[in-house]
Write a protein that binds this ligand. Sequence first.
Ligand code: GLU
Length: 489
Amino acid sequence: MTTGTAQQVRVRIAPSPTGYFHVGGARTALYNWCVARRNGGVFILRIEDTDRERHQEEQYEGILEALRWLDLGWDEGPYRQSERRALYHAALDTLWDSGRIYACDCTREMVEARTKGNTTPGYDGFCRDRGLERRPGRALRFRVPDGGITVVHDVIRGAVEFANATIEDFVVAKSNGDALFVLAVVADDRDMSISHVIRAEEHLPTTPKAVLIWEALNAADPAVARPLPVFAHLPILVNERRQKISKRRDRVAIEDYRAQGFLPEAMANYLALLGWSFADGRELFSRQELVDTFRLEDVNHSPAFFDEKKLLHFNGVYIRALPSEAFTDRCRRWARDTGSAPPSLFDGPEWFALAPLVQERVAVLAEAPGYVAFLSAESFSIDADSWSRAVEGDAEAPAILAEARERFDGLEAFRAVELKSELEAIAEAHGRRLGKAQAPVRVATLGRTVGLPLFESLEVLGRDKALERIDRALERIGQALAPSDGHSV
Ligand code: GLU
């Protein structure tokens, strides 16, 4: 990797606890983690929670939880910006003492009134040479050089140049004394000896400001000068309409994917491909293969399509690759973690008999309970749509059900093979395909037209329950027919 120095690789992620941990944040975390792991470096977690009121403790925990779930353990931290204000004030003092920042008492209205119609947007430098003292109630602004350019060296994008004339004298501390984000990030990155700043593309426009502050701090105190970090701005994530993915339009919270029963390793595998790929086009790989191969230089700068369908497909592949016991274990863990189903659903001989069939069919763990809901009286119900199509909508359904009841009852062994041949005989008698004869039986006993293979399911359900359910279905049909029959005589 081209660090340009023999500096130790130290990377960080700096998520803000704003309610949910975004898939983009997870991709950033994964890339940072890979860079650290591949280079024997240090992966640091820093929470940007300067705005404490808006940022709830729960959301802070949510970030940690999401990172743990994705197996992206950090080596240092979590540091919290809210606990590091002294560091930011020291940086402000240095900048003040060296004349790189100045006090400003302009209100927003004053600035707007003065700059309305200006060709260059932003602050007009009104207080630059007024020599105002630094005191509460006054903001602090950075004195941006009038000419020249500021270059951001970005591993992914090359040298990105910004003309200083286009950068306003930006605020580094608010009038209440709080340091602004751009200043805090620089102070932290310096203090933590960050070698690579790997973050989302949306931060690129503020990066020249960070570079200016960084260089000003180096110049002010050469004894503690620090090399600028290498920057890498990761491509934005877009949906199928090429819009930047957002909470309003798209599913972006890691928590939501977890709740749906995505496997963290499938999620991480998919996230790795959002801006990067193996040279041989391989799409499914282990974490180790990723660490061994990932290079920041190979990250693409064009927007990456966050394709939920592809993620779903990956998840199905990962689920099917699990050893059988591991699948059960994941189902239970998912049920326990999300509270979406009783973990006991994934236990007992009936579950174990059906688990391999479930595993073949689900794309997310949240689909698993639906496949086995028929097993217990509490969770069994008949889907209304399936009933109206396969039972009410089929004139021969009552006869098929009655015949199935009789033949199933007469079986010596209530096993899939025998059940199948009985229903085949019924199908033949009715001149229809087996699948068509299965439909009413399936809805009566399993509750819906789609699901696990009928005969294996019936075998597991057992004779008593199966026959009882067929009886109930026949009764229900009888009741539906009864009133009109009654009135017609
Ligand atoms: N706090 C920023 C975010 O959540 C990250 C800033 C940075 O990485 O420098 O997107």
